[in-house]
Write a protein that binds this ligand. Structure first.
Ligand SMILES: [Zn+2]
Length: 375
Protein backbone atom coordinates (compact mmCIF):
# COMPACT_ATOMS: atom_id res chain seq x y z
CA UNK A 1 0.00 0.00 0.00
CA UNK A 2 2.87 2.38 0.83
CA UNK A 3 4.31 1.69 -2.60
CA UNK A 4 0.92 2.35 -4.14
CA UNK A 5 0.54 5.60 -2.22
CA UNK A 6 3.96 6.93 -3.15
CA UNK A 7 3.24 6.26 -6.78
CA UNK A 8 -0.29 7.55 -6.68
CA UNK A 9 0.47 11.06 -7.90
CA UNK A 10 2.55 9.73 -10.77
CA UNK A 11 -0.07 7.13 -11.70
CA UNK A 12 -2.75 9.80 -11.58
CA UNK A 13 -0.78 12.07 -13.92
CA UNK A 14 -0.03 9.21 -16.26
CA UNK A 15 -3.62 8.02 -16.33
CA UNK A 16 -4.83 11.59 -16.87
CA UNK A 17 -2.52 11.89 -19.86
CA UNK A 18 -3.77 8.57 -21.22
CA UNK A 19 -7.34 9.63 -20.53
CA UNK A 20 -6.83 12.93 -22.34
CA UNK A 21 -5.48 11.05 -25.34
CA UNK A 22 -8.42 8.64 -25.26
CA UNK A 23 -10.73 11.65 -25.03
CA UNK A 24 -9.14 13.25 -28.06
CA UNK A 25 -9.52 10.02 -30.04
CA UNK A 26 -13.09 9.43 -28.82
CA UNK A 27 -14.11 13.03 -29.45
CA UNK A 28 -12.80 12.70 -32.99
CA UNK A 29 -14.75 9.46 -33.44
CA UNK A 30 -17.95 11.05 -32.08
CA UNK A 31 -17.50 14.17 -34.19
CA UNK A 32 -16.91 12.06 -37.28
CA UNK A 33 -19.65 9.49 -36.83
CA UNK A 34 -21.90 10.71 -34.00
CA UNK A 35 -24.21 12.72 -36.21
CA UNK A 36 -24.88 9.80 -38.53
CA UNK A 37 -26.18 7.41 -35.87
CA UNK A 38 -28.43 8.29 -32.93
CA UNK A 39 -27.51 5.19 -30.92
CA UNK A 40 -23.72 5.69 -31.20
CA UNK A 41 -24.09 8.99 -29.31
CA UNK A 42 -25.37 7.02 -26.34
CA UNK A 43 -22.71 4.35 -26.36
CA UNK A 44 -20.83 4.29 -23.09
CA UNK A 45 -17.36 2.86 -22.78
CA UNK A 46 -16.53 1.59 -19.31
CA UNK A 47 -14.81 4.61 -17.92
CA UNK A 48 -12.31 4.86 -15.13
CA UNK A 49 -14.16 7.21 -12.79
CA UNK A 50 -15.79 4.13 -11.28
CA UNK A 51 -15.70 3.90 -7.46
CA UNK A 52 -17.53 2.21 -4.60
CA UNK A 53 -18.71 3.89 -1.38
CA UNK A 54 -19.06 1.85 1.82
CA UNK A 55 -21.30 2.92 4.70
CA UNK A 56 -20.68 1.92 8.31
CA UNK A 57 -22.34 3.11 11.53
CA UNK A 58 -20.94 1.72 14.83
CA UNK A 59 -17.46 0.24 15.22
CA UNK A 60 -18.16 -1.84 18.31
CA UNK A 61 -19.15 -5.31 19.52
CA UNK A 62 -21.62 -3.91 22.03
CA UNK A 63 -24.00 -1.91 19.84
CA UNK A 64 -27.01 -3.15 17.75
CA UNK A 65 -25.64 -5.91 15.47
CA UNK A 66 -27.50 -4.77 12.33
CA UNK A 67 -25.61 -1.44 12.21
CA UNK A 68 -22.34 -2.52 13.84
CA UNK A 69 -19.02 -3.95 12.81
CA UNK A 70 -16.66 -5.30 15.46
CA UNK A 71 -13.20 -3.67 15.64
CA UNK A 72 -11.68 -7.04 14.62
CA UNK A 73 -13.89 -7.32 11.55
CA UNK A 74 -13.26 -3.66 10.68
CA UNK A 75 -9.50 -4.35 10.82
CA UNK A 76 -10.08 -7.29 8.47
CA UNK A 77 -11.92 -5.00 6.02
CA UNK A 78 -9.18 -2.36 6.10
CA UNK A 79 -6.45 -4.98 5.66
CA UNK A 80 -8.29 -6.35 2.63
CA UNK A 81 -8.80 -2.87 1.19
CA UNK A 82 -5.08 -2.09 1.65
CA UNK A 83 -4.14 -5.23 -0.27
CA UNK A 84 -6.67 -5.14 -3.10
CA UNK A 85 -8.11 -1.64 -3.47
CA UNK A 86 -7.27 2.04 -3.42
CA UNK A 87 -8.99 3.92 -0.62
CA UNK A 88 -9.59 7.51 -1.71
CA UNK A 89 -11.26 10.43 0.04
CA UNK A 90 -14.84 11.31 -0.84
CA UNK A 91 -13.53 14.73 -1.90
CA UNK A 92 -11.13 13.21 -4.45
CA UNK A 93 -13.75 10.78 -5.70
CA UNK A 94 -16.35 13.53 -6.22
CA UNK A 95 -13.82 15.85 -7.86
CA UNK A 96 -12.97 13.11 -10.35
CA UNK A 97 -16.66 12.36 -10.87
CA UNK A 98 -17.52 15.97 -11.68
CA UNK A 99 -14.52 16.39 -13.99
CA UNK A 100 -14.99 12.93 -15.49
CA UNK A 101 -11.30 12.36 -14.78
CA UNK A 102 -9.81 8.99 -13.84
CA UNK A 103 -9.44 7.55 -10.36
CA UNK A 104 -7.05 4.78 -9.33
CA UNK A 105 -8.25 1.32 -10.31
CA UNK A 106 -10.76 -0.19 -7.82
CA UNK A 107 -11.20 2.98 -5.77
CA UNK A 108 -13.19 2.72 -2.55
CA UNK A 109 -14.53 5.48 -0.27
CA UNK A 110 -15.16 4.87 3.45
CA UNK A 111 -18.13 6.63 5.09
CA UNK A 112 -19.89 6.41 8.45
CA UNK A 113 -23.38 7.68 9.34
CA UNK A 114 -24.57 9.05 12.71
CA UNK A 115 -21.32 10.26 14.35
CA UNK A 116 -20.90 7.62 17.05
CA UNK A 117 -18.04 8.01 19.56
CA UNK A 118 -17.03 4.40 19.00
CA UNK A 119 -15.70 5.44 15.56
CA UNK A 120 -13.16 7.57 17.45
CA UNK A 121 -12.47 4.94 20.12
CA UNK A 122 -12.31 1.79 17.98
CA UNK A 123 -12.17 2.85 14.33
CA UNK A 124 -9.77 5.76 14.36
CA UNK A 125 -6.65 3.85 15.54
CA UNK A 126 -7.13 1.46 12.60
CA UNK A 127 -7.90 4.18 10.05
CA UNK A 128 -4.76 6.02 11.18
CA UNK A 129 -2.62 2.89 10.95
CA UNK A 130 -3.72 2.38 7.33
CA UNK A 131 -3.69 6.12 6.63
CA UNK A 132 -7.18 5.86 5.10
CA UNK A 133 -9.33 8.98 4.60
CA UNK A 134 -13.00 8.75 5.60
CA UNK A 135 -16.16 10.86 5.85
CA UNK A 136 -18.61 10.91 8.76
CA UNK A 137 -22.17 12.16 8.24
CA UNK A 138 -23.30 13.74 11.52
CA UNK A 139 -26.41 15.14 13.19
CA UNK A 140 -24.64 18.27 14.46
CA UNK A 141 -27.09 19.08 17.25
CA UNK A 142 -26.35 15.71 18.88
CA UNK A 143 -22.57 16.15 18.78
CA UNK A 144 -21.11 16.40 22.28
CA UNK A 145 -24.56 16.15 23.84
CA UNK A 146 -25.33 12.46 23.84
CA UNK A 147 -22.95 10.04 25.57
CA UNK A 148 -22.63 7.81 22.51
CA UNK A 149 -21.82 10.72 20.17
CA UNK A 150 -18.50 12.24 19.12
CA UNK A 151 -17.54 15.57 20.68
CA UNK A 152 -16.54 18.65 18.68
CA UNK A 153 -13.06 18.29 20.20
CA UNK A 154 -12.76 14.73 18.87
CA UNK A 155 -14.00 15.91 15.47
CA UNK A 156 -11.23 18.52 15.40
CA UNK A 157 -8.65 15.86 16.30
CA UNK A 158 -9.90 13.66 13.45
CA UNK A 159 -9.32 16.41 10.89
CA UNK A 160 -6.23 15.10 9.09
CA UNK A 161 -8.06 12.07 7.64
CA UNK A 162 -11.67 12.71 8.59
CA UNK A 163 -14.17 14.93 6.77
CA UNK A 164 -17.56 15.72 8.28
CA UNK A 165 -20.82 16.23 6.44
CA UNK A 166 -24.57 16.56 6.83
CA UNK A 167 -27.02 13.93 8.13
CA UNK A 168 -29.78 16.45 9.10
CA UNK A 169 -30.77 17.83 12.47
CA UNK A 170 -32.58 15.20 14.50
CA UNK A 171 -32.13 12.28 12.05
CA UNK A 172 -35.73 12.57 10.91
CA UNK A 173 -37.61 10.55 8.33
CA UNK A 174 -37.41 13.24 5.66
CA UNK A 175 -40.39 11.90 3.69
CA UNK A 176 -42.84 12.16 6.58
CA UNK A 177 -45.44 14.86 5.98
CA UNK A 178 -46.81 16.40 9.16
CA UNK A 179 -50.50 16.87 9.84
CA UNK A 180 -51.98 19.92 8.08
CA UNK A 181 -48.85 20.31 5.97
CA UNK A 182 -49.07 20.47 2.18
CA UNK A 183 -46.31 19.25 -0.11
CA UNK A 184 -44.77 22.69 -0.54
CA UNK A 185 -44.68 23.29 3.22
CA UNK A 186 -43.19 19.85 3.77
CA UNK A 187 -40.39 20.55 1.29
CA UNK A 188 -39.67 23.97 2.84
CA UNK A 189 -39.49 22.43 6.32
CA UNK A 190 -37.09 19.62 5.42
CA UNK A 191 -34.89 21.90 3.31
CA UNK A 192 -34.71 24.37 6.23
CA UNK A 193 -33.62 21.50 8.48
CA UNK A 194 -30.87 20.47 6.05
CA UNK A 195 -29.66 24.06 5.63
CA UNK A 196 -29.63 24.63 9.43
CA UNK A 197 -27.65 21.44 9.87
CA UNK A 198 -25.17 22.51 7.18
CA UNK A 199 -24.80 25.97 8.75
CA UNK A 200 -24.14 24.47 12.19
CA UNK A 201 -21.45 22.17 10.80
CA UNK A 202 -19.81 25.13 9.05
CA UNK A 203 -19.94 27.21 12.23
CA UNK A 204 -18.30 24.45 14.28
CA UNK A 205 -15.68 23.11 11.86
CA UNK A 206 -15.25 25.88 9.35
CA UNK A 207 -16.31 24.25 6.10
CA UNK A 208 -19.45 23.28 4.25
CA UNK A 209 -19.21 20.43 1.76
CA UNK A 210 -22.93 20.31 0.98
CA UNK A 211 -22.89 16.51 1.09
CA UNK A 212 -26.06 15.05 2.58
CA UNK A 213 -26.58 11.43 3.61
CA UNK A 214 -30.36 10.93 3.73
CA UNK A 215 -31.31 9.43 7.13
CA UNK A 216 -32.36 5.79 6.55
CA UNK A 217 -31.41 6.39 2.91
CA UNK A 218 -34.94 7.80 2.30
CA UNK A 219 -35.55 10.40 -0.43
CA UNK A 220 -38.00 11.19 -3.20
CA UNK A 221 -37.62 13.09 -6.47
CA UNK A 222 -39.00 16.41 -5.15
CA UNK A 223 -36.42 16.49 -2.34
CA UNK A 224 -33.57 15.23 -4.50
CA UNK A 225 -34.26 17.76 -7.26
CA UNK A 226 -34.47 20.67 -4.81
CA UNK A 227 -31.13 19.66 -3.26
CA UNK A 228 -29.51 19.38 -6.69
CA UNK A 229 -30.77 22.87 -7.49
CA UNK A 230 -29.02 24.03 -4.29
CA UNK A 231 -25.77 22.29 -5.31
CA UNK A 232 -25.95 19.53 -2.72
CA UNK A 233 -24.78 16.00 -3.40
CA UNK A 234 -27.02 13.33 -1.90
CA UNK A 235 -26.12 9.86 -0.63
CA UNK A 236 -28.59 7.01 -0.24
CA UNK A 237 -28.33 3.53 1.19
CA UNK A 238 -29.27 1.66 -1.97
CA UNK A 239 -26.37 -0.40 -3.27
CA UNK A 240 -24.25 -0.01 -6.40
CA UNK A 241 -21.05 1.55 -7.67
CA UNK A 242 -20.69 5.18 -8.78
CA UNK A 243 -19.53 6.55 -12.15
CA UNK A 244 -19.87 9.74 -14.17
CA UNK A 245 -23.40 8.84 -15.29
CA UNK A 246 -24.65 8.21 -11.70
CA UNK A 247 -27.39 10.41 -10.17
CA UNK A 248 -25.51 12.77 -7.83
CA UNK A 249 -28.78 13.58 -6.08
CA UNK A 250 -28.79 10.08 -4.57
CA UNK A 251 -25.48 8.28 -4.98
CA UNK A 252 -25.49 4.64 -3.94
CA UNK A 253 -23.49 3.20 -1.03
CA UNK A 254 -22.97 -0.39 0.01
CA UNK A 255 -23.82 -1.09 3.66
CA UNK A 256 -20.78 -2.95 5.05
CA UNK A 257 -21.82 -3.75 8.63
CA UNK A 258 -24.12 -6.32 10.24
CA UNK A 259 -25.04 -9.09 7.79
CA UNK A 260 -23.20 -7.21 5.05
CA UNK A 261 -19.81 -7.33 6.83
CA UNK A 262 -18.96 -10.78 5.48
CA UNK A 263 -15.89 -10.27 3.27
CA UNK A 264 -16.84 -13.08 0.92
CA UNK A 265 -19.98 -11.22 -0.23
CA UNK A 266 -18.48 -7.77 0.22
CA UNK A 267 -15.65 -8.56 -2.25
CA UNK A 268 -18.11 -8.79 -5.16
CA UNK A 269 -19.53 -5.39 -4.20
CA UNK A 270 -16.10 -3.80 -3.82
CA UNK A 271 -15.35 -4.93 -7.38
CA UNK A 272 -18.68 -3.78 -8.80
CA UNK A 273 -19.08 -1.36 -11.71
CA UNK A 274 -21.74 1.31 -11.96
CA UNK A 275 -24.55 0.16 -14.24
CA UNK A 276 -25.10 2.87 -16.87
CA UNK A 277 -28.76 3.65 -16.21
CA UNK A 278 -30.13 6.52 -18.28
CA UNK A 279 -33.61 6.54 -16.74
CA UNK A 280 -36.04 4.28 -14.97
CA UNK A 281 -39.80 3.93 -14.85
CA UNK A 282 -41.60 4.36 -12.51
CA UNK A 283 -39.37 7.26 -11.61
CA UNK A 284 -40.14 7.94 -7.99
CA UNK A 285 -39.08 6.02 -4.93
CA UNK A 286 -42.24 6.30 -2.85
CA UNK A 287 -44.88 3.61 -3.20
CA UNK A 288 -48.13 3.71 -1.29
CA UNK A 289 -49.12 0.71 0.83
CA UNK A 290 -51.24 -1.71 -1.18
CA UNK A 291 -50.05 -0.12 -4.41
CA UNK A 292 -49.07 -2.85 -6.85
CA UNK A 293 -45.77 -2.43 -8.69
CA UNK A 294 -45.92 -4.61 -11.74
CA UNK A 295 -42.96 -3.64 -13.92
CA UNK A 296 -39.86 -1.51 -13.49
CA UNK A 297 -38.03 -0.54 -16.65
CA UNK A 298 -34.35 0.33 -16.70
CA UNK A 299 -33.32 2.30 -19.77
CA UNK A 300 -29.58 1.86 -20.18
CA UNK A 301 -26.86 3.50 -22.18
CA UNK A 302 -25.52 1.16 -24.80
CA UNK A 303 -22.49 -0.36 -23.09
CA UNK A 304 -20.51 -2.88 -25.13
CA UNK A 305 -18.73 -4.16 -22.03
CA UNK A 306 -21.95 -5.05 -20.20
CA UNK A 307 -23.49 -8.46 -20.95
CA UNK A 308 -27.07 -7.23 -20.68
CA UNK A 309 -28.53 -10.57 -21.77
CA UNK A 310 -27.19 -12.02 -18.51
CA UNK A 311 -28.80 -9.41 -16.28
CA UNK A 312 -30.11 -10.85 -13.00
CA UNK A 313 -32.42 -9.01 -10.64
CA UNK A 314 -33.23 -9.93 -7.05
CA UNK A 315 -35.68 -8.91 -4.37
CA UNK A 316 -35.11 -10.28 -0.85
CA UNK A 317 -32.75 -12.90 -2.25
CA UNK A 318 -35.37 -14.14 -4.75
CA UNK A 319 -34.68 -13.96 -8.46
CA UNK A 320 -37.08 -11.74 -10.44
CA UNK A 321 -37.78 -12.38 -14.12
CA UNK A 322 -36.79 -9.73 -16.63
CA UNK A 323 -36.99 -9.29 -20.36
CA UNK A 324 -34.43 -7.40 -22.41
CA UNK A 325 -35.37 -5.25 -25.39
CA UNK A 326 -32.30 -3.62 -26.90
CA UNK A 327 -30.81 -1.58 -24.06
CA UNK A 328 -33.90 -1.65 -21.87
CA UNK A 329 -34.61 -4.17 -19.14
CA UNK A 330 -38.20 -4.78 -18.03
CA UNK A 331 -38.21 -6.23 -14.54
CA UNK A 332 -41.45 -8.02 -13.71
CA UNK A 333 -41.92 -7.35 -10.03
CA UNK A 334 -45.65 -7.96 -9.49
CA UNK A 335 -45.22 -7.04 -5.85
CA UNK A 336 -47.34 -5.49 -3.16
CA UNK A 337 -44.75 -3.87 -0.90
CA UNK A 338 -45.35 -3.65 2.84
CA UNK A 339 -44.48 -0.49 4.79
CA UNK A 340 -40.69 -0.13 5.09
CA UNK A 341 -37.62 0.11 2.85
CA UNK A 342 -37.19 -2.20 -0.13
CA UNK A 343 -34.45 -2.66 -2.71
CA UNK A 344 -34.36 -4.44 -6.03
CA UNK A 345 -30.79 -5.26 -7.02
CA UNK A 346 -29.76 -5.91 -10.61
CA UNK A 347 -26.38 -7.11 -11.85
CA UNK A 348 -24.90 -7.91 -15.26
CA UNK A 349 -21.40 -9.29 -15.91
CA UNK A 350 -18.58 -7.34 -17.53
CA UNK A 351 -17.23 -8.78 -20.78
CA UNK A 352 -13.67 -7.57 -20.32
CA UNK A 353 -13.19 -7.93 -16.57
CA UNK A 354 -13.82 -11.45 -15.35
CA UNK A 355 -15.68 -11.65 -12.05
CA UNK A 356 -16.78 -8.00 -12.11
CA UNK A 357 -20.44 -7.02 -12.35
CA UNK A 358 -22.36 -3.90 -13.27
CA UNK A 359 -24.65 -3.21 -10.32
CA UNK A 360 -27.75 -1.09 -9.80
CA UNK A 361 -30.22 -0.98 -6.95
CA UNK A 362 -33.73 0.47 -7.12
CA UNK A 363 -34.99 1.65 -3.72
CA UNK A 364 -38.66 1.87 -2.75
CA UNK A 365 -39.94 3.53 0.41
CA UNK A 366 -43.40 2.59 1.61
CA UNK A 367 -45.11 4.58 4.40
CA UNK A 368 -47.67 3.10 6.77
CA UNK A 369 -51.38 3.83 6.26
CA UNK A 370 -50.88 6.71 8.72
CA UNK A 371 -48.11 8.20 6.56
CA UNK A 372 -45.26 7.40 8.95
CA UNK A 373 -42.03 5.63 7.98
CA UNK A 374 -40.73 2.63 9.90
CA UNK A 375 -37.36 2.65 11.74
ZN1 LIG B 1 -28.28 7.66 10.09
Amino acid sequence: MLFKLSNFAFQKKLSMLIHQRICIVLCFVFLSFGASSESSKETIQTNNTNFVVLVYHHVSSETPPSTSISPEKFEEHLTYLAQHHNVVSLEDALTALKANSPLPEKSVVITFDDGYANIYDNGLPLLKRFNFPYTIFINPEEIGKRANQLSWQQIKEMAPLGTFANHTIGHLHLLEIQQNENEEEWLMRVIANIVDSEDLIEEKIGYSKKWLAYPYGEYNNALKDKLLEMNYIGFGQQSGAVASYSDIGALPRFPAAGIYANLRTLKVKLNSLAMPVKSLEPQDTVVLPNQMIDTVTLNLYETPDMRITQMNCFYNGESIPNTIEGWSANIQLNLLLSPGRHRINCTAPSNSQKGRFYWYSIPFFVPTEEGTYLE
